[in-house]
Design a protein around this ligand. Sequence first.
Ligand code: IPD
Length: 289
Amino acid sequence: ADLDLQAVHDEMVAVAYEAGRMILAANPADIDTGTKLNSVDIVTEVDKGVEKMVSTRLAAALPSVAFMGEETYKPGMRLGPEPTFVVDPIDGTVNFVHSLPGACISLGLAVDRAPAVGVIYNPWQDLLFTAIKGRGAYMTRLKGTPPQKLPLAKAPRPLEGLGTALVAVEWGSGRDGPNFELKTDVFKKLAGSRDIGGSMVHSLRSMGSAALNLAAVAAGQLDAYWEGGCWAWDVCAGWCILDEAGGRMASGNPGDWHPALEGRVYLAVRGAPSGQGELIEEFWGVIGD
Ligand code: IPD
């Protein structure tokens, strides 16, 4: 039977709030921290505990939906066409271990390998972003208050182009070889080029959470977000929210979501009445694709 996406969304929101309570209850100073691919690819017992709670609750409520989570992912796992929850229990783990309050739970549902529902929750700000494919994207600033439609009515001026843009970029944990060269080269070109319609990007931001970057682009608070190498759980929820807010993900590849997305370059651009084509072209022009 077809999934009732509204019911799935409502369950995901309830689970996200529960995850938020767990994250806020933890004291980063007291928790065990380990590493995965390298010394800056960090995982804590809270990431694992939240993922366990999320997978258990979602399996009980929606047993027909498959599950893929950052902390239980094993090399070789592939995202299939069947409805699958794609979950990052704490997106922004490095911020979390430093008690910098910019992290979230990112809960996506993929159907046919494309994002269908997205729920992102930052518990420090009690800030919830949600979307269901075809039904718009919303932000709720405090639990119980009315959701605001995205992009926000108070978003800044219309997107003009890269020359007046605020652009998020991230270091991620892959920082060697060609991956590192690509990142530093792009950062340098974006920050320093005076050749973008005679000006430069307003500035670059690195807030430490792919999902929160995508949500901010969807809201209209950032103009674009570039990252060279993300995983499916970093982007599934945010991608749905971005799409539903009229934004666009360029160079992603929803039809072939191998979770090992290293090397895959993402550029998310916020909604614009005349489309995002020009900014995307300017962007590739500056960084030289
Ligand atoms: C990471 C964060 C980071 C981004 C990485 C992600 P994690 O997720 O979103 O900002 O640069 O690509 O993997 O490890 O905190 O869940």
